[in-house]
Write a protein that binds this ligand. Structure first.
Ligand code: SF4
Length: 358
């Protein structure tokens, strides 16, 4: 939970202000920040380059909350799934995907989700609560520590549970924490934010200094189809999303990823592919096809491989850059659509929560 005494909720500027209010020198804030993020130390007593009396004063005023690993599973393909318990007992999942092509952490931004996408069990939970900035950045701390990757380059995709733009301020503050040169020093281009397209927040995102890469969860080329799959489409339609993407300040040599969950007989025809190619004309786009990982409670089927191949071929023939997402971690239910949170706070029906596509 967010608390003024929890150092994990503070970016460096906040930490400097908190220390200044206690007449502690600014460089001490940078030292503490580096202990937490560079060295993974959350015991203030162990921050040995701080004077003993300062450590005692900090211990009296501050805590450093860290999500706890409730379980950790490793897939035969190297994917690792972490079930993390938060301070209030809620659970979230984070996934490590080893070669995608870099090492990638898939991070959650909310407990549950309000977007109610038809193919996503997280959406069936509804929104339980937003994660705090410290809980979002804390997932990275936990995974980097557990996997001994703190000193290595890794990517982050905000594609776990939740819609990141529905928790905008916490996500941007987590960016500020993670990208700080005194901490992980994560370049924003190593972060990808995936959204259903909450347009006011998307426009705001385009003006951010710490701007992540953008992925749009499109999933259908027309309002009629997308409205059935992604209910928010009734508010922010396909044409408006594409117009916003054309305005979005995409980095040089970069593209917006359009995620497209393939559902048998729903959005997987050659005609759908042609419509999608027409829709994306003039957008710096690449399409990521995600054949559904069928799961109990999801009322859709995975298309046959030749249907997926045909869809990809039609896009490629129209000069659309396309890839098919390789399913990872299916044996530990860590693939997209397969993560399951079984927290004590949920009813049996709510015990299912998939790793979402956003
Ligand atoms: S797919 Fe993403 S936005 Fe949609 S309900 Fe699931 S988590 Fe929310």
């Amino acid at each position: 939970m967010s608390s003024p005494s929890n150092l994990a909720e503070l970016d460096l500027a906040d930490l400097e202000s908190a220390f200044a209010a206690r007449s502690v020198e600014r460089f001490r804030a940078r030292q503490v920040f580096a202990w937490i993020y560079k060295r993974g130390v959350t015991d203030i007593e162990a921050m040995t380059d701080l004077p003993r009396d300062l450590r005692a004063a900090l211990l009296a005023d501050f805590t450093i909350a860290t999500p706890q690993v409730a379980s950790h599973e490793r897939s035969s393909d190297g994917t690792e799934k972490f079930l993390l318990k938060l301070a209030d007992g809620k659970h979230i999942e984070s996934v490590f995907i080893p070669d995608t092509p870099a090492m990638t952490f898939c991070i959650s931004t909310q407990v549950g989700c309000a977007m109610a996408c038809a193919f996503c069990l997280t959406g069936k939970m509804g929104l339980v609560r937003n994660l705090t900035a410290g809980e979002i950045a804390g997932q990275v701390r936990v995974l980097a520590g557990a996997l001994e990757l703190r000193d290595k380059a890794f990517n982050i995709v905000l594609m776990g549970m939740g819609e990141p733009l529905h928790n905008y301020d916490a996500v941007m503050k987590a960016m500020s924490i993670l990208c700080d040169t005194h901490g992980f020093h994560l370049p924003p281009r190593r972060v990808t934010l995936s959204t259903v397209g909450l347009l006011p927040a998307l426009e705001k995102l385009g003006r951010e200094e710490l701007m992540p890469n953008l992925a749009i969860s499109l999933h259908a080329p027309t309002d009629a189809q997308r409205g059935e799959l992604v209910p928010i489409n009734r508010k922010y339609g396909v044409a408006d999303i594409i117009a916003a993407c054309k305005q979005f300040p995409v980095r040089r040599r970069s593209r917006i990823t359009f995620e497209y969950v393939m559902l048998a007989g729903v959005n997987d025809s050659a005609d759908d592919a042609r419509k999608l190619a027409r829709l994306l004309a003039g957008v710096k786009a690449k399409v990521n096809l995600i054949p559904l990982n069928a799961a109990a409670g999801i009322p859709f089927e995975r298309p046959a491989d030749d249907v997926v191949d045909r869809f990809a071929r039609v896009l490629a023939e129209q000069d659309v850059t396309v890839s098919v997402r390789k399913s990872r971690g299916r044996d530990i239910r860590a693939a997209c659509g397969q993560l399951i949170v079984e927290g004590p706070e949920h009813s049996p029906a709510q015990k299912l929560a998939t790793l979402a596509f956003d």
